[in-house]
Design a protein around this ligand. Structure first.
Ligand code: ADP
Length: 509
């Protein structure tokens, strides 16, 4: 196993990786931008190094800076987390040159399977069903029109370099094609520096279901079941669960085997996710592969009792997978909510700022993967995800009940959070039945004003109660508010210093 791992990330995922390092007896090395000096991932690491100003293109996205720290600190491996450099082949390539292990696939596998059109071609070659559409980028809007006529509207334009729902436009009919082309092209150029688009048939009311795969350096491939990720806002996942409420043993096997075939064809190693859209008849279509750890990996961990980050590290260190496909068992049901500092009453506008106090749900079946603490200021330069709340239950009903209970215990005062959104989703009949599709939440939110007043009132009562509870708790514990940090984390000056700069907010990809 490695001795020292550099974590090329921040926030909850950097904390998650540092925890895995601790459990394996590996030293965790953090990097931080100027606004992240006091971040939790820095506090929890064994060593931490500054890498420059807040904008990520001057810090977290600079391969040379990351490698520079890796060499200086004597790291033998780098974990990229998700976002930032996680899907940039320049990082694994630089790692090879520096003689540092990259905890992820090779640059070549990342290039083949991570590029959307190239991966669609491989899927086609191995016989995995893909959404009808183009296998290479389209050059002009006229070409797009011709192809769209052939496969029939509605279609969806997508950025070749896409991610996070950016550079994507659905097009209902021919008259919408030209403006959608313009919007998607410029959005893709802005977000990825690559304006190339391709086109797919737009599926009506599909589900997004993805398969977690693992591959070692000895030719072993396994799939760890699926995650249902259909609860999305504007094509971005909000809530995920495992297993999918519509899954059958046959479908799981078929999707799992298709995912493994694709990974094998791309000579993939380490953890990866193969995403599919599934229609009402349970036909599945390959969407894309994410060549990294996913935000929603904890739901898979909860139902498989496996630790994906530790497995990633073991694989990168050259160990063979310690189990076969037949030995993987799924137990119970897990659900995850992505908690953001954003204002659900103001179109989910980011709401960074100082966290005055926060309540941490615990108790049976609850896990909180967060990158925050009371007194910390959520910077406005990055993706405002505070963390993920995960609930496990013996069955779906118990998992949902536990999530509902944990959401009542969660609060973060001083900033706005999207917690009320999850309460609304959990209370909806459709969600309880598992009757969702990728646009379900958008439809639900645009249809729901009648309920809104009532829920707001309920919510404000809950918020008042939480604030009073927090106040009383503080008074009772006078100096003990940071008891956890004070008792477990040694103090040092650089750790407690915080500097805040107002620069343009740069979202994490
Ligand atoms: P990104 O990489 O930007 O996240 P994806 O290709 O993974 O983009 O798609 C994200 C989401 O967009 C999907 O989960 C789904 O909701 C929607 N989507 C993508 N392709 C289609 C399609 N062909 N038909 C219908 N919805 C789609």
């Amino acid at each position: 196993m490695f001795k020292k791992v550099l974590i090329a990330n921040r926030g909850e995922i950097a904390v998650r990786i540092a925890r895995a390092c601790r459990e394996l007896g590996v030293r965790a090395v953090a990097v931080y931008s100027d606004v992240d000096r006091a971040s939790l991932h820095v506090r929890l690491a064994d060593e931490a190094y500054p890498i420059g100003p807040a904008p990520s293109r001057e810090s977290y996205l600079v391969v040379e800076k990351i490698l520079g720290v890796g060499r200086y600190a004597g790291c033998d491996a780098i974990h990229p987390g998700y976002g930032f450099l996680a899907e940039n082949p320049a990082l694994p390539r630089a790692c090879v040159d520096a003689g540092i292990a990259f905890i992820g696939p090779s640059a070549a596998a990342m290039e083949q399977l991570g590029a959307k059109t190239a991966a669609r071609q491989i899927a086609r070659d191995v016989g995995a069903p893909t959404v009808p559409g183009t296998l290479s980028p389209i050059n002009t809007v006229d070409e797009a029109r011709e192809i769209a006529r052939e496969i029939g509207f509605p279609v969806i334009l997508k950025a070749v370099a896409g991610g996070g729902g950016k550079g994507m436009r659905s097009v209902a009919g021919e008259n919408q094609l030209a403006p959608a082309w313009r919007d998607a092209t410029s959005e893709a150029l802005n977000a990825f520096g690559d304006s190339r688009l391709y086109l797919e048939k737009y599926l009506e009311r599909p589900r997004h279901i993805e398969i977690q795969v693992l591959a070692d350096h000895h030719g072993h491939f396994v799939y760890l079941g699926e995650r249902e990720c259909s609860v999305q806002r504007r094509h971005q996942k909000v809530m995920e669960e495992a297993p999918s409420p519509i899954m059958t043993a046959e479908l799981r096997k078929a999707m799992g085997e298709a995912a493994v075939k694709l990974a094998r064809a791309g000579t993939y190693t380490n953890a990866g996710t193969v995403e599919f859209l599934v229609d009402a008849q349970r036909n599945f279509y390959f969407l894309e592969m994410n060549t990294r750890l996913q935000v929603e990996h904890p739901v898979t961990e909860m139902v498989t009792s496996l630790d994906l980050v530790k497995l990633q590290m073991r694989i990168a260190a050259g160990e063979p997978l310690p189990f076969s496909q037949e030995e993987i068992e799924l137990r119970g049901h897990a659900i995850e909510c992505r908690i953001y500092a954003e204002d659900p009453d103001n179109n989910f506008f980011p709401s960074p700022g100082k966290i005055v106090d926060c309540g941490v749900p615990t108790g049976p079946g609850i896990r909180l993967d967060a990158g925050i603490y009371a007194g910390w200021t959520v910077p406005n330069e990055y993706d405002p995800m505070l963390g993920k709340l995960i609930a496990w239950g013996g069955d779906r009903k118990e998992a949902l009940a536990r999530m509902g209970r944990a959401l009542q215990e969660y609060y973060a005062s001083g900033i706005k959070t999207n917690v009320s959104l999850f309460r609304r989703i959990l209370a909806s009949g459709d969600f309880q039945k598992g009757a969702v599709y990728t646009r379900w939440l958008d439809d639900f939110l645009s249809a729901g004003p009648a309920l809104e007043g009532l829920e707001d009132e309920e919510e404000s009562r809950a918020e008042q109660a939480a604030a009073i509870a927090a106040f009383l708790w503080h008074r009772r514990h006078a100096d003990g508010a940071n008891a956890f940090e004070a008792s477990t984390i040694p103090e040092s000056r650089w750790k407690t210093e915080s500097r805040r700069e107002q620069v343009n907010r740069e979202p994490q990809p």
